[in-house]
Design a protein around this ligand. Structure first.
Ligand SMILES: [Zn+2]
Length: 346
């Protein structure tokens, strides 16, 4: 299996390719016309470069052909992704279904306590799906879970993709109304609900900023707004953890998703260091407990039963009382020891 593209891009950034490219904004990257030097496999992506000036002179395959470096006649360049190859990445294959809003259905404790998620990289950016003050926040509201934020917008106003990604769901849903779900390379999914019109179909690739639909009030909605969700492995977390929707900006390029955020009562806490410390302290307690259990497991010693062994003889051999050995091995019958059986001795 190949390394995920995001990892590879991190490596590129470290090696220096990315450093220059990082300084190019999306606007810069869109200035290149899309010329005939772009191979077919990249053409799905090429629409994004139709406008603007500058001529692409040459291309360079990097990252096993997963990225194409396009060199322009004005001595600038940009990366484009090969979506055809991205389709083969695990993230776009595993739990990929076009219907359900949560295709994962996994227990929360199967997720890591912390997960570092690269939100944008040298080839991608964030575009606020609808820049405005958050009207209704994430969390419990009149006893009901509100899994996203409500961003008011007029019916018919464009809604754009927050990140590059692939359309996993494009359907009418009784609650969400017209719903688009995008899956992104980092495993996050973004949900766009109550649209009056859907402009993309399942399987389409979109770039951040591409129009995916129009604002509306379809489904269970009391007025025109965009219901926007961010999810990881099916679990919604407060979209305000990653971005400031009023400013239209990401809070950071890298996001540490804590398991504790995947709780409906976990709100983004602006500028409150105390709260942040509480979250850290709670996580540290869990980490310490897990470490203690792991250390205890690592320290366990076992005796392998040989012919003639009894629990009493094993206890004697390891300098323990019979009752200690019995407590360490609940359910083990001294009269029925099997040769090769493992008996815990500390
Ligand atoms: Zn909502």
């Amino acid at each position: 299996m190949r390394a995920p593209l995001t990892l590879l891009l991190l490596a590129l950034s470290v090696s220096g390719w990315g450093q220059v490219a990082d300084t190019l904004s999306r606007a810069d990257s869109l200035k290149g016309g899309v010329p005939d030097v772009i191979p077919d496999a990249f053409q799905t992506d090429a629409a994004a470069f139709r406008e603007g000036k500058g001529v692409a002179m040459d291309t360079l395959d990097i990252a096993d052909g997963r990225l194409l470096l396009v060199l322009k006649d004005d001595h600038t360049w940009y990366y484009i992704k090969n979506f055809k190859l991205l389709e083969e990445e695990d993230v776009f294959r595993d739990h990929w279904t076009v219907k359900t809003t949560d295709p994962y259905r996994i227990p929360l404790d199967s997720l890591p306590l912390h997960n570092t998620i690269l939100l944008v990289d040298s080839t991608s950016t964030f575009v606020c799906p609808n820049q405005t003050k958050v009207f209704s926040k994430f969390g419990y509201r009149h006893g009901r879970r509100h899994q996203g934020v409500d961003l008011p917008l007029k019916t018919g106003k464009p809604v754009v993709a927050a990140f590059d990604g692939r359309v996993r769901v494009s359907e009418y849903h009784s609650g969400y109304g017209n719903l688009i779900v995008l899956r992104h390379e980092n495993g996050l999914e973004t949900f766009y609900g109550h649209l009056s019109k859907r402009d993309v179909e399942v399987g389409d690739w979109v770039r951040a900023g591409d129009q995916i639909g129009l604002g509306g009030s379809t489904g269970r909605s009391t007025g025109p707004h965009l219901h926007f969700e961010t999810r990881y492995k099916g679990f919604a977390f407060d979209p305000e953890w990653i971005a400031d929707y009023e400013k239209g900006e990401l809070r950071s390029n890298v996001f540490v998703l804590r398991r504790s955020y995947l709780d409906a009562s976990s709100h983004y806490v602006p500028q409150s260091l105390d709260e942040e410390e509480d979250v850290y302290a709670a996580d540290e307690k869990i980490v310490a407990e897990e470490k203690r259990i792991a250390a205890e497991k690592a320290a366990m010693r076992y005796h392998t039963v040989k012919s003639g062994d009894t629990l009493g003889s094993i206890a004697k051999r390891y300098g323990k009382s019979l009752s200690t050995i019995q407590k360490l091995n609940p359910g083990v019958n001294s009269n029925k020891l099997r040769i090769g059986q493992k008996i815990r001795v500390n």
